[in-house]
Design a binder for this molecule. Structure first.
Ligand code: FES
Length: 409
């Protein structure tokens, strides 16, 4: 959360651009200008006015499997500690010592019993309480002129865990996460999410603005980008009528792309040995829905397949650099061990490619991020201000851009 002088949306997006984005017919509308993807100033505006006021994904609960596990992170440039306390609850605190404002936790740690500042050893419990200020007043236990421990604990940050994603919100006045999620709160309720096991974790950077992830929340690109995964347009749309086989829902802070019943069923990913993963467990005998790709704005996505749940968090690093954090969750017993290793690898390869790199352009996410890098590079051109939306497929893209403008006004 930069404390530089306040920036305004109007410095980057004028009323004409907002009016063009809002034209009633989607095909007539125009997308946000290129500078919102490339400008250091617009990036700073987002850091000032967007990310401090939204529920932002920062990590996965499986990153902190045991009490005492802790990781340093940040939101909008504000340093934060995420930890699991002695009772197993995930908590978040500002990562700032209350003595002279030093970073307390400098690297991920496992099994901590306390947090100790590296400067003068002020020590905090996992609940944030200040428990020691050695030699503050010259005495070992600082009993002559004690520090007011009640007033000097680590400052908490609002945090909630939902479907294995740890969200934080820097605003003390923000709505509850459940309200922020709106219709998304029910979207995964048919699944027994608690039972899932994390089977893989990946983290990497790509050279594109974070917003291009949410601009990609459409299936129009599937057959052109995801060769070997989505190969036939007849799987995406009724070739006679032009009706897509995807229901597109955008409401409040969420966007959902849900395959409808007309979409041909996809064969499950099979390992090289022909094995397949067990389906994700459902609650109370509820039927398994078709897969869905869910986005919680601004930076979190949750993709549900028949046998894998793949949440992702996108961290803005710079106008043209984003860090992706992804995790793969599977049915109980399928996340670890040799029995499902081949099928599990196939499910991960589907996203990252067999070599698990972006450069080989294999796997859904490697392919997506390659296109995002091409979009970012194009935005150096003045021609890139003229961005159009398909009237059938890209309502979500305009929805996200409108949501962004509304949040930054
Ligand atoms: S700044 Fe942390 S103990 Fe001094």
């Amino acid at each position: 959360m930069t404390r530089e002088p306040s920036l305004t949306l109007q410095e980057f997006v004028d009323e004409a651009a907002i009016s063009a984005l809002s034209r009633p017919a989607l095909a007539d509308a125009r997308g946000l200008p290129a500078r919102v993807y490339t400008s250091e100033g617009f990036f700073a505006l987002e850091q000032q006015r967007l990310f401090p006021r939204t529920w932002t994904g920062v990590a996965f609960d499986s990153d902190l499997p045991e009490p005492g596990d802790a990781i340093p992170t940040s939101v909008a440039g504000v340093p934060i500690i995420i930890l699991r306390d002695a009772a197993g609850t995930v908590r978040a605190f500002h990562n700032v010592c209350r003595h002279r404002a030093t970073i307390v936790l400098t690297e991920p740690c496992r099994g901590l019993r306390q947090l100790q500042c590296p400067y003068h050893a002020w020590t905090y419990g996992l609940d944030g309480a200040l428990v020691a200020t050695p030699f503050w007043d010259g005495t070992a236990k600082a009993e002559k002129q004690p520090v007011d421990v009640e007033a000097n604990g680590l400052v908490p940050v609002r945090t909630e865990v939902w479907n294995h994603v740890i969200f934080v919100n820097l605003s003390e006045n923000a709505e509850a996460l459940e309200d922020y999620l709106g219709p998304m709160a029910a979207e995964c309720s048919h699944l027994d999410m608690e039972a899932l096991e994390c089977g893989h974790r990946a983290s990497w950077e790509f050279k594109a603005n974070w917003k291009l992830v949410m601009d990609n929340w459409e299936v129009y690109h599937h057959v052109w980008v995801h060769e070997g995964i989505f190969d036939r347009m007849s799987d995406e749309v009724d070739l006679e009528t032009g009706e897509p086989y995807t229901d597109m829902v955008a409401d409040g802070n969420v966007m959902v792309l849900r395959a409808n019943d007309r979409r041909p069923e996809r064969k499950p990913d099979a390992g090289r040995d022909g094995s397949v993963l067990p389906p994700l467990p459902t609650r109370n005998g509820a039927g398994q829905k078709h897969g869905a790709a869910n986005a919680v704005l601004p930076n979190t996505t949750l993709t549900m397949g028949p046998s894998a749940y793949v949440p992702a968090i996108y961290v803005p690093v710079a106008p043209g650099v984003t860090r992706a954090e992804m995790a793969w969750y599977f049915a109980p017993g399928a996340g670890k061990g040799a029995k499902h290793a081949e099928a599990r690898d196939a499910a991960i390869d589907r996203w990252l490619g067999p070599r698990r790199t972006l450069s080989d352009r294999q796997g859904i996410r490697a392919q997506d991020h390659r296109c995002m890098e091409l979009q970012q590079a194009a935005r150096a051109s003045p021609v890139a201000d003229d961005v159009k939306f398909s009237p059938v497929w890209e309502a979500d893209v305009r929805y996200f851009q409108t949501w962004l403008v509304d949040r930054l006004r």
